[in-house]
Ligand binder design. Structure first.
Ligand SMILES: N=c1c2ncn([C@@H]3O[C@H](COP(=O)(O)OP(=O)(O)OP(=O)(O)O)[C@@H](O)[C@H]3O)c2ncn1[C@@H]1O[C@H](COP(=O)(O)O)[C@@H](O)[C@H]1O
Length: 109
């Protein structure tokens, strides 16, 4: 079985390869042709659908919506020129730092 990082890395490569394809035959190309605003809008819709699935649907629906959400996030990162590795590095940097402790350490004001 592939590691989650392998799967996301392969999808990132696929998305980069499809960006300039024919929008008639490539969903990735179609989204990119419509611009970052449209991609961001789609990401927001998929996030909402994931929330709704978590609250009202069964497990399979949630998995499907979560996959849509992660796919559209990768399309957005690609369109903005942000490598997945940079996001993973940020998560690595946060590893072991409790969200409660991090929030408490923020300067007030
Ligand atoms: N993982 C995905 C993936 N997940 C979801 N989707 C598409 O995301 C879209 C989301 O569905 P929606 O109904 O919300 O969107 P929509 O039908 O475009 O609706 P509107 O925004 O037009 O109203 C659907 O068309 C899904 O097929 C994906 N499309 C592509 N991929 C991957 O990207 C690769 C390249 O795809 P193409 O660019 O299409 O060749 C594929 O081989 C896959 O690996």
């Amino acid at each position: 079985m592939n590691s989650p990082q392998d799967t996301l890395s392969r999808l990132e490569v696929t998305i980069a390869a499809r960006r300039d394809a024919d929008p008639e035959t490539s969903y990735v190309a179609k989204l990119n042709a419509r611009g970052v605003g449209k991609i961001a809008q789609k990401l927001g819709e998929e996030a909402t659908e994931t929330v709704i699935a978590a609250l009202t649907q069964d497990r399979e629906e949630l998995i499907g919506e979560a996959a849509d959400l992660m796919f559209h996030l990768l399309v957005l990162l690609g369109a903005k020129g942000v490598p997945l590795a940079d996001v993973l590095a940020e998560l690595d940097r946060r590893e072991g730092l409790s969200g409660i402790a991090e929030k408490a350490s923020r300067p007030r004001g």
